[in-house]
Design a protein around this ligand. Structure first.
Ligand code: FAD
Length: 323
């Protein structure tokens, strides 16, 4: 029984989180002595498809149906579940991305599978026991769940597993998807790129600002630091509520949950609702003038100081390092 992984693309290019999911699925295939099949849906070039072999896919199923050029949740879930059934795969791995979060429960229902969404580590497999560590309560806690059903769906949190190059010669095959009209209820007609900045959910580094920055006019230094680091920008809820920043940047329990390699929080107190969306970041740096700010309790590095003095110094140091 091979492992099947869904290789998600954005505009025809595979994302880093896709390669993480493929690498993770490869490791599960190795743990269970089986092969790995990847499935790609949409307009993806032959070169891109071949690249999946580099991360461990033995076989790549390519679905290039005109009706599936744009992401349609129900239809994509049907195609992936169909591929799993036809390949005889009992483990499906995908990224816990925005699309992945919509797909995993749908695939789970179609395959009558147990689901571990928000997985952050490889499963522990011992005899019949298949145990996965995953995030719970909007990232406030970790849960260890046992998947007892034969079929299993695992959605991996971006940035929680390293991309591993394997140089497998992935064989690309066309896969004829049987699409039902009932799966095509929502059709995307146009995609408008909101920004050309680094996408927040995929970013490896995020520079985030809170109410301590006093007003929207002070975000120049946050943007400059983010630009120098190749980072995305984010903010706390009150900041987006006050329209200082767009709602698409709001992170936390009621915003986007992120897990970058580095999260730099500037002038953010570290309320539990904010931490819910950022605490699975690998390294957290907190800049706050109040030494008692709760964020320091979860920080890997803390700088007690005025953001308006500390951030310009950081910018200067990064510029000097890059020169
Ligand atoms: P504040 O709490 O006002 O903190 C500002 C910080 O800046 C302080 O720690 C202060 O010491 C520091 N500071 C001030 N001046 C400077 C300076 N010059 N230099 C350095 N530091 C300075 N919040 C979210 O962020 N995300 C969510 O998803 C979210 N969901 C919520 C859901 C619910 C149901 C509720 C009730 C609340 C939610 N909140 C959320 C709000 C949350 O409880 C906090 O109110 C919010 O996170 C505080 O934002 P803040 O840290 O930017 O502002």
């Amino acid at each position: 029984m091979p492992v099947l992984t869904y290789a998600e693309n954005a505009g025809g290019k595979f994302k880093k989180s896709t390669f993480e999911a493929v690498s993770y699925a490869r490791a599960i295939a190795d743990q269970t002595n089986t092969s790995l099949t990847a499935i790609s849906i949409g307009d993806v070039s032959a070169d891109e498809l071949n690249a999946l072999g580099k991360y461990g896919a033995d076989k790549v199923l390519n679905v290039s149906n005109d009706q599936l050029k744009q992401f349609v949740n129900q239809a994509y879930a049907s195609v992936i579940a169909d591929a799993a059934a036809k390949e005889g795969a009992n483990i499906v791995v995908l990224s816990n991305s925005f699309s992945g979060r919509g797909l995993s429960p749908r695939i789970g229902v179609k395959l009558q599978a147990g689901i571990a969404d928000g997985a952050v580590a490889l499963p522990e497999i011992s005899g019949d026991k298949f145990t996965v560590k995953k995030t719970a309560f909007s990232g406030k806690a970790f849960a260890t769940v046992q998947l007892t059903s034969v079929n299993k769906v695992i959605a991996l949190v971006p940035n929680s597993y390293k991309v591993v190059e394997k140089q497998t010669a992935g064989k690309v095959e066309d896969f004829n998807a049987d699409i039902k009209q009932s799966d095509l209820k929502a059709i995307i007609k146009e995609i408008v790129q909101a920004t050309d900045k680094v996408s927040l959910p995929d970013a490896e580094i995020v520079v985030s600002g809170g109410r301590g920055l006093k007003g929207p006019e002070n975000w120049g230094m946050i943007e400059e630091l983010a630009g120098l680091l190749g980072a995305a920008t984010a903010c706390s809820k009150p900041v987006s509520d006050a329209d200082w920043r767009p709602h698409s940047e709001h992170v936390g329990q009621t915003g986007i949950a992120i897990s970058p390699n580095l999260y730099i929080a500037v002038g953010i107190s570290g309320a539990i609702q904010h931490l819910a969306g950022v605490s699975s970041s690998k390294v957290i740096v907190v800049i706050n003038k109040d030494p008692e700010a709760p964020f320091f309790k979860v920080a890997d590095y803390g700088i007690v100081g005025d953001a308006f003095e500390v951030v310009p110094k950081l910018i200067a140091a990064v510029k000097e390092y890059k020169a």
